[in-house]
Write a protein that binds this ligand. Structure first.
Ligand SMILES: Cc1cc2nc3c(=O)[nH]c(=O)nc-3n(C[C@H](O)[C@H](O)[C@H](O)COP(=O)(O)O)c2cc1C
Length: 207
């Protein structure tokens, strides 16, 4: 199946088959798709938690408007954006870049200073939005990778961010739960899979 067929196949799964697990090979491929996501300046200012523990997911479901996907899916993926960005984060990126590309780090100094100025000049709110935006690109890649692997997914914003931050101790780590996705296999009983896709026409969507 090509990209468009995969996109037609996927849907935001409401009911997962809790007995079906994702193979380690498929999970690795999903992780790699997330790893390869584009990000602003390539900084990847987020961390991704992949949660399987049932007790923990039950706690999270209670602060996700009771959405059953949280516990019935094989995994819950929590995309966490950095709440603070330091010069050390940018230095770490340039150290990695110079190692991977085999370039002298001093040759990258000007670019590094430019990025530091850009990032540090943003207000806390702007920076938080900016790092959170990056997680949605990773979420998009997760959805596409899952569709290619015929794994079902439900992207979700319906959760209490502060409660997630508390339960997962994210604040202490300089992280914030930005967006989540449940991944696994659809239940035959999920009626939403039989519904038609609702999308604006190409004519209305594009000017
Ligand atoms: C960022 C985002 C947040 C969403 N939050 C939820 C959610 O909390 N619960 C849910 O059941 N679906 C959620 N959805 C799924 C959308 O409702 C769904 O993608 C949309 O209706 C289009 O349907 P389709 O994905 O099945 O084609 C979310 C989707 C996105 C992209």
């Amino acid at each position: 199946m090509g990209l468009i067929d995969n996109l037609k196949w996927r849907y935001a799964t409401k009911k997962f088959d809790a007995t079906k697990k994702i193979s380690s090979e498929d999970l690795k491929e999903i992780k790699t798709a997330i790893q390869l996501s584009a990000s602003s300046y390539g900084l990847q200012l987020y961390k991704v938690l992949i949660i399987e523990d049932n007790g923990l997911r039950e706690q999270l479901r209670l602060v996700s408007y009771g959405q059953k996907q949280i516990t019935e899916a094989a995994y819950l993926v929590v995309f966490c954006n950095y709440t603070t960005v330091t010069e050390a984060d940018i230095d770490a990126y340039f150290t990695l870049k110079s190692q991977m590309e085999g370039t002298d780090i001093s040759a990258l100094q000007g670019y590094s200073d430019f990025i530091k100025a850009d990032v540090m000049n943003r207000s806390d709110i702007e920076r938080d939005k900016w790092t959170s935006n990056q997680t949605y690109i990773a979420l998009g890649n997760l959805l596409n990778a899952c569709a290619e692997l015929k794994i079902d997914a439900c992207p979700m914003e319906g959760f209490e961010v502060d409660k997630y931050n508390e339960i997962l101790n994210l604040k202490e780590q300089g992280l914030n739960a930005s967006v989540i996705a449940a991944i696994g296999y659809r239940s035959e009983e999920d009626y939403t899979q039989y519904k038609k896709k609702v999308r604006k026409s190409i004519e209305r969507l594009f000017a």
